[in-house]
Design a protein around this ligand. Sequence first.
Ligand code: FAD
Length: 376
Amino acid sequence: MTTGQPSPDAIVVGGGIIGCTLAYELQKRRIPTLLLEQGQIGREASWATAGIIGPPSGEDLPPHRADLAERSQKRYEGLFQSIAQDTRLDTSYLRIGKVLVAFTESEVEMAQARVNWQINHGFQASWIEPEDVREIEPTIPDNILGAYYTRDGGGLTGHRMTEAVADAFRNIGGHVMEYTAATGVLLDNDRVTGVDTPDGPIHAGIVVLCAGAWTRFFGPSIHRALPVAPVKGQMIGVTPESNGSRPRHVTGTISGGYVVPRVDGTVAVGASLEHRGFDKRVTARAFDHATTLMRKVSPALLEAQFTSAWAGLRPGTDDDTPIMGPVPGCKGLWISTGHFRTGIQLAPGSAVLIAEAVATGAADPLLEEFSLERFA
Ligand SMILES: Cc1cc2nc3c(=O)[nH]c(=O)nc-3n(C[C@H](O)[C@H](O)[C@H](O)COP(=O)(O)OP(=O)(O)OC[C@H]3O[C@@H](n4cnc5c(N)ncnc54)[C@H](O)[C@@H]3O)c2cc1C
């Protein structure tokens, strides 16, 4: 260890929502943890995110992904309470529910299947006939066949939530180093001993890679592929001038695409899905996608003042499923990434799965479904 640096038992690499919630859960289990972030906490995908959380779309997910999403959503309330005890920072969460409209018969079927799945799994959800939808969400146009509606969940501002978790982690004794990149994993034969940084090595017997879209760059240091790739998402922010044109709920189509009211009065609209490597430039495509969506689900927003546009890189995998668990052949090395389009949603459940396995040495069988081994 370099002089002046902490001597943690665990190092979490990556200060996005996945790394921060995991570091917090490890520290809560009395494992002294260091969180390393190459830039600032919560400034990558977890900043660009739409930040929607809520009951999972379990009807169209494989059972293990539905299980993780269900556990995460049920865990969120507890996480908010825990954070509130450990920090004064606001998580920015708006518990406003979600309305997703259906325009075609197949979308009606999809929406009704979602309602049934969620009710069967203990969530609140209902199907709303077209004549009743505008009572719940007056900004939606008339030409719809009905809507899925839930009062559960809502939206949060990703970087504020991530900063709040990181601050809670600090306040219970965790250590955060920003502007410190891990440049590789250190191994002694098949056992992890820490990470390298430009300022020298930092040693720990447990390292967890939560570096989002950048995780694959650790592959060479452990002599194996970490198949995570960036998937660009662009959004725009608008500020409605009247309350009448501001959606009351997270609003969208059942097939995807959302407008998300935020605590600062803006509404986030998007998001695109693009394979452009590590290119984070905002392009005209952000507007193309957003205006099409607003025209469909919330046309009054087309008159709202444009305030910002942004892009971020989701951590994608070949099967759109996170990679979580121990890294085979490297004792003490773990990975939690690849949460793609639902990393905010899945963060609490993912953090608990890994933290419990690290703390107790007994992994929940669910973790096996997310193993890196499936790409071997
Ligand atoms: C436009 C958009 C909309 C989205 N909407 C939603 C949504 O509504 N709901 C939802 O659940 N999800 C949504 N997502 C997905 C979600 O935001 C991501 O899945 C989630 O933020 C991923 O979190 P992460 O911590 O893995 O990655 P990141 O937030 O990208 O964090 C990874 C961190 O690792 C750091 N890092 C990388 N390499 C190193 C290194 N060598 N050393 C130290 N640090 C390193 C990076 O700087 C970064 O801060 C959206 C994403 C985008 C882009």
